[in-house]
Design a protein around this ligand. Structure first.
Ligand code: LRH
Ligand code: MN
Length: 462
C-alpha cells in the first residue's frame, strides 16, 4: 500500500475548528495513520527515538572510537554491508513436536516484503530478501520488484525446494531428487530448479541456492557413487541455465531429514561438485549444517583460499541444525569466522559487501520472528565490526613467532571490545534506529501488524 492511500475520509470526521486549533495533533495523527496503514516507520519517529538516546550513544561511541585508527573506513564498511532476510522465516517456525503460531504474520509475499521493509527501516542492514520457491512465488514480478524498491529492498539468492512434494506433483521426492535412481524424478527436479532461476531473473536476483535433502537413513539403501554422479549430472543440466552473471550456491548439510548419509553432506562433497561444475558454482556454508565441534572458520578460510566460498546462511546452534538466532550460542565462533572472512577476502581483493552472499537462515519458534531477525543482524554486524578491528599485522607477526599467547591476546582483546556503538553509529548515519529492538517494542509493531492483518494469518515457510 503506497502513501497515496492514506485514510483521508477519516479526517472529515474531525471538525474544521479542531483542525485550525490542533494542527500538531493532525500531523501526528497523519504520521500514525500512515505508519499504521502502510506498515512503514516514519523517519520522524526514528529521529525522535535517536534523539532520546543521542547522549548515551555519543558517550559510548566517542569512548570506543578514540583508540581506533581508521574508524571512518570501518563505519563505511558496516554501512555497505547488507544481509539477506529469508522469506521463509518471517512467520513462526516449528518442529516435528509442534508449532506455537504467532499473530499478525505476513500472509502474502507483499506483506513479507513489508516486514523486511520494517527491519531495514530499523537497522539499514537488511537490504535484500532471499525467496524460497514455491513457498514465495512472485506472481507479478514487476509489481513485486516495485513494491520491494519502495522499501529500498532488492532480491538475494533464490532457493529451490525439492525436499517436499507439492500438491499435484507427479513424481515424489521421498527417495531424493537430483540423486534419484529414476531419471524422470531427476528431470522433474532439474526442471523445478530451472523454473526457480527464471523467477530469480525476473526479480533481479543473481544466484540460486540448491540445498538437497537427498540422502539415506539405512546402510545399503543407497549406492553412494551413483547418487553423487546423478547429482552432478543433474546440477550440470541446471548449470547450463545460469545467466552469465549468475552463481550457483551448493549448500551442504551433515544430516536431517535423513540420518545415515547425505549426498551433499559436507564442504568437501560440495566443493568437489562446485569444482566439477565450473566457475559459477560455489559452496554455501550454513552454520548449522556441521557435525558437532567442526572448525567452521577453518572451512571458511580454505573455501575462500580456493575462491569457491558462496556465502552464508547465518544462524546458531548448540546441537544440530537448531536454526537459532545468530550469535546466541557461539558468538566467539561467529567472530572467528569473520576474522577468516576479512583476512581471506582482503587477500583475494574481494569486496566485503558484494563479493559473497550474506544471508540469514533461521527458524523462529519462540521469539517474535522480526525481533529475532533484528537480533541476528545485530550479532552479525558486531562480529564483522570486531573482525575489522583485529590488528592483522600484529597477529601475523605473533603467528610467525609461534607466540600463541600474543595471538590469543590480540583476538580476545578485540572480541572483548564493545563495538555496539560503532554498529549503532553506522545505523544512525543511514537514518536507522540506534536501538532497533527497543524501538520495535516501543512502537508495539506486532500489535499493529495484528490490527492490520488479523491474528490468523500464517506465513508460508518452515
Ligand atoms: C536446510 C536449509 C536450507 C533451506 C531450508 C529452509 O536445512 O538450511 O537452506 O532451504 O533450510
Ligand atoms: Mn540453510
Amino acid at each position: 500500500m503506497s502513501m497515496a492511500v492514506l485514510p483521508w475520509h477519516l479526517l472529515d470526521k474531525l471538525n474544521t475548528r479542531m483542525i485550525q486549533q490542533n494542527c500538531w495533533i493532525i500531523c501526528i495523527f497523519i504520521i500514525l495513520t500512515s505508519f499504521y496503514y502502510t506498515m512503514r516507520i516514519d523517519k520522524q519517529i526514528i529521529d525522535q527515538h535517536n534523539q532520546s538516546l543521542a547522549q548515551k550513544h555519543k558517550r559510548a561511541f566517542d569512548y570506543v572510537s578514540q583508540d581506533i585508527a581508521g574508524i571512518e573506513e570501518i563505519i563505511d564498511k558496516l554501512r555497505k554491508f547488507q544481509i539477506g532476510i529469508p522469506s521463509w522465516a518471517l512467520g513462526t517456525g516449528g518442529t516435528r513436536f509442534g508449532r506455537f503460531g504467532g499473530k499478525g504474520e505476513p500472509g502474502t509475499l507483499e506483506q513479507k516484503i513489508e516486514d523486511v521493509g520494517l527491519l531495514h527501516a530499523l537497522n539499514a542492514s537488511s537490504g535484500t530478501i532471499s525467496l524460497h520457491i514455491p513457498w514465495d512465488i512472485p506472481s507479478d514480478p514487476d509489481r513485486i520488484k516495485e513494491h520491494a524498491a519502495t522499501f529500498g529492498l532488492g532480491f538475494d539468492a533464490v532457493n529451490s525446494n525439492t525436499f517436499q512434494d507439492q500438491k499435484g506433483q507427479e513424481l515424489s521426492y521421498k527417495y531424493g531428487s537430483l540423486h534419484h535412481v529414476d531419471p524422470k524424478v531427476r528431470k522433474q527436479a532439474v526442471d523445478h530448479n530451472i523454473e526457480v532461476i527464471k523467477h530469480g531473473i525476473s526479480l533481479g536476483s543473481k544466484a540460486i541456492t540448491v540445498w538437497l535433502a537427498d540422502g539415506s537413513s539405512f546402510p545399503g539403501q543407497l549406492n553412494f557413487r551413483e547418487a553423487f554422479q546423478n547429482t552432478l549430472e543433474s546440477l550440470q543440466e541446471i548449470y547450463k541455465h545460469l545467466p552469465e552473471d549468475w552463481k550457483m550456491f551448493i549448500e551442504y548439510k551433515a544430516f536431517e531429514p535423513y540420518f545415515y548419509s547425505t549426498t551433499i553432506g559436507d564442504w568437501g562433497q560440495s566443493l568437489l561438485l562446485a569444482n566439477k561444475l565450473g566457475p559459477k558454482a560455489y559452496t554455501l556454508v550454513d552454520l548449522g549444517h556441521h557435525l558437532p565441534n567442526a572448525n567452521i572458520e577453518q572451512i571458511v578460510s580454505l573455501l575462500l583460499m580456493e575462491g569457491k566460498l558462496a556465502g552464508f546462511h547465518f544462524n546458531d546452534s548448540k546441537y544440530a541444525d537448531d536454526d537459532l538466532t545468530a550469535g546466541a550460542i557461539k558468538p566467539y565462533q561467529l567472530f572467528l569466522i569473520f576474522c577468516e572472512l576479512v583476512d581471506g577476502m582482503d587477500a583475494r581483493g574481494i569486496d566485503h559487501a558484494t563479493g559473497l552472499g550474506w544471508m540469514i537462515d533461521a527458524s523462529h519458534n519462540l521469539k517474535d520472528p522480526l525481533v529475532d531477525l533484528l537480533q541476528s543482524v545485530e550479532a552479525i554486524m558486531i562480529a564483522y565490526a570486531q573482525a575489522l578491528l583485529v590488528d592483522r599485522d600484529a597477529l601475523r607477526e605473533a603467528q610467525q613467532n609461534n607466540d600463541i599467547v600474543r595471538a590469543q591476546e590480540i583476538l580476545q582483546d578485540t572480541f572483548r571490545t564493545d563495538v555496539r556503538s560503532i554498529v549503532a553509529e553506522a545505523r544512525l548515519r543511514d537514518g536507522a534506529a540506534l536501538n532497533p529492538v527497543a524501538l520495535f517494542n516501543e512502537l508495539d509493531i506486532r500489535s499493529k501488524l495484528v490490527e492490520e492483518r488479523g491474528s490468523d494469518t500464517v506465513a508460508t515457510g518452515l
